[in-house]
Write a protein that binds this ligand. Structure first.
Ligand code: ADP
Ligand code: MG
Length: 590
């Protein structure tokens, strides 16, 4: 393999030449235990930056194997290292406050995560080496190569960044991080056997800095979480942790049980903040986030109203039937769903994908989907109201389908009759008001009539129709792009994911976009159901990781920046694709 000396020579030779000459540095170069792979060279200094990988032999990096000896620890340690690389890049950038050159010249990027810890392609650990995948702006002045700057960047700065972040990192700090993530995953695995769908540890700090930031709210004003005695559970930890100077082998907090949990309380008392934390706790969080001891079942799915979304052949009959103009509700289709029909469709789609629990907030729900009180029942007779509100189905979901619900509902007491547990938030602290709510329900009838006529049946499986997912656009066979966290440009159509609240990382969005195309090419065959396709993708991710997702991927190359999405968010994106056509399978029980 060519050495770094050769790289220096090439850069010296092409100094001052036109940008195209950078193609000469494609390939791999070594220096002692380092190998630099230049996989892709950008077309000009303004284009997307070049893709490079930097690999360090373990003989030199000396990363302790115990920190990555199982999949969870490996995920955590890789994430820890990516964050170190990111910090080193930021420090380096500050030290050379001014980047020299045009466009993206001198830019160095690594795909680092936010508060959640996700499996990503940014860093890879093996017993033989550690590799970080970077994006680098090759320096130029206009279109003229700045060879000296390039040499300084590739041969000195990158190595320094990698060396300070990846070689012999502080083991105690690394172990703390890895153990914290493994603790969370161990608790998550145990939730079902404890009869829980979520856990909120005492001392958690749930509020965020602002509506636009996922950072913890700093300072005195954040009220630490404290579970009410009657709902407090104690869970053993895999690794002991230190709290306030003493070593703890277990952690206490609120156990959110299977069944129906209602979160009530006055406006601005922290209801939605608690639900948000539970929503995001399907992923592990970094130590210090304030939500690292909030842990949810992986199968919880947030359901909200999203008028205007597309819906394709979804059986929403359990919630909505007898629509005007005889529109089908057993295979409901709409290019512009209403608040209630969109929420019903999202709910049924989540069940189809295998959700174990549903999360709903009054703030983002359609009122008529949630409730229909006695007075409204008297005014608008059932035959003129297509909707069977969620209040009639929430218990059935649990009893017939073992699907739990956590529901924020400060404005309507009709749900008291349905709840196993009622938690009130007062001044941001939870109280157990289950008994009171029961007594009120027993003494003050809601006077509403039961309206559900048909029992909640099996969820209809749907088969995506081949050819209805097409990534081509104009002359390009494949044109897919995650333009932001919640927007995918897929071929000629745009997928709007603003209503998919548990998508937390743009690299997940990128992965979803690529996964849809991958699935269309490999799994969607007119026989497999959507659920089968999601199973195939999960298996692919489990066994082969995310490296192969890019449609133009070639083995041993920079794979692009991806983070693993859940099956629910992949399904949500497929379901919102406007060109999608689905065929329903016959139900087994009918
Ligand atoms: P609700 O849904 O009950 O109306 P929110 O959850 O939206 O209330 O919270 C209202 C405000 O209070 C938000 O700005 C939120 O950041 C803040 N908040 C929530 N929980 C806490 C807490 N534990 N400590 C301090 N502020 C909080
Ligand atoms: Mg709210």
């Amino acid at each position: 393999m060519p050495s770094f000396d050769e790289l220096r020579q090439i850069l010296g030779r092409i100094d001052g030449r036109s940008y195209n000459a950078y193609h000469e540095i494609r390939g791999a170069f070594t220096l002692r235990s380092f190998t630099l792979f230049v996989d892709h060279v950008q077309g000009d200094p303004y284009a997307a930056p070049s893709k490079l990988r930097l690999r360090i032999d373990q003989d030199f990096a000396e990363l302790p194997e115990e920190l990555y000896d199982n999949p969870v620890r490996c995920l955590a340690f890789e994430d820890f290292l990516t964050r170190r690389v990111h910090r080193a890049i930021c420090r380096d950038e500050r030290s050379r406050a001014e980047r020299r050159g045009s466009g993206k010249s001198g830019l160095v990027l690594v795909d680092v995560g936010g508060q959640e810890v996700l499996k990503r392609t940014a860093t890879v650990l093996t017993p033989a080496w550690v590799e970080v995948r970077l994006e680098v702006g090759l320096p130029a002045n206009g279109r003229r190569i700045l060879g000296r700057e390039a040499e300084q960047l590739l041969c000195n700065q990158l190595l320094a960044i990698a060396e300070t972040s990846l070689v012999r990192p502080p083991v105690d700090e690394a172990r703390h991080f890895v153990n914290c993530i493994e603790n969370q995953e161990a608790i998550r695995n145990r939730l079902p056997s404890l009869g829980l769908i979520a856990f909120v540890g005492d001392g958690s700090r749930l509020p965020r800095e602002s509506g636009a930031s996922d950072q913890p709210l700093a300072g005195e004003s954040a009220v630490a979480f404290e579970a009410p005695e009657s709902l407090r559970v104690k869970i053993d930890l895999l690794h002991p942790i230190e709290i306030g100077g003493s070593v703890c082998r277990s952690i206490e907090g609120l156990g959110v049980g299977k069944g129906v949990t209602l979160i009530v309380g006055g406006g601005y008392h922290g209801k939605s903040t608690l639900l948000d934390a539970i929503e995001r706790a399907v992923y592990p969080h970094i130590p210090g986030d304030g939500r690292e001891w909030v842990i949810s079942d992986r199968g919880l799915v947030k359901i909200r109203a999203e008028d205007g979304r597309r819906v394709e052949a979804v059986d929403i009959d359990a919630f909505i039937r007898n629509l005007p103009q005889g529109r089908s509700t057993t295979a409901f289709q709409s290019d512009d769903a209403s608040g209630s029909t969109s929420q019903a469709a999202s709910l049924v789609e989540a069940l189809e994908a295998g959700a174990s629990g549903l999360l709903l907030d009054e703030d983002t729900s359609a009122t008529n989907f949630m409730v229909r009180d006695a007075r409204m029942q008297a005014l608008i007779q059932k035959e003129h109201e297509p909707i069977t509100p969620f209040v009639e189905r929430v218990r059935e979901l649990h009893e017939a389908l073992s699907v739990s619900t956590v529901l924020v509902m400060g404005g309507c007491g009709d749900y008291f009759d349905t709840a196993d547990t009622v938690i009130a938030l007062r001044d941001f602290l939870p109280l157990d008001v289950t008994e009171e709510a029961r007594a009120i329900a027993a003494n003050t009838s809601s006077s509403r009539q039961k309206e559900a006529v048909n029992p909640l049946g099996e969820i209809a499986r749907r088969i995506p129709v081949r050819g209805s997912i097409d990534a081509s656009r104009g002359r390009r066979q494949v044109s897919i792009r995650a333009s932001s966290l919640d927007r995918i440009q897929f071929g000629r159509s745009e997928i709007d994911l603003r209503g998919v609240e548990q998508l937390v990382d743009r690299s997940q969005t990128r992965a979803i976009a690529a996964a849809i195309h991958f699935a269309a090419a490999c799994f969607i065959d007119g026989d497999r159901t959507l659920c089968d396709v999601l199973d195939e993708l999960d298996e692919l991710f489990d066994n082969r990781g995310l490296d192969e997702l890019d449609p133009f991927y070639r083995a041993g190359r920079h794979p692009g920046n991806y983070a693993r999405p859940r099956r629910f968010e992949i399904a949500a994106a497929i379901n919102r694709l406007r060109s999608l056509r689905m065929r329903q399978c016959e139900k087994r029980d009918s």
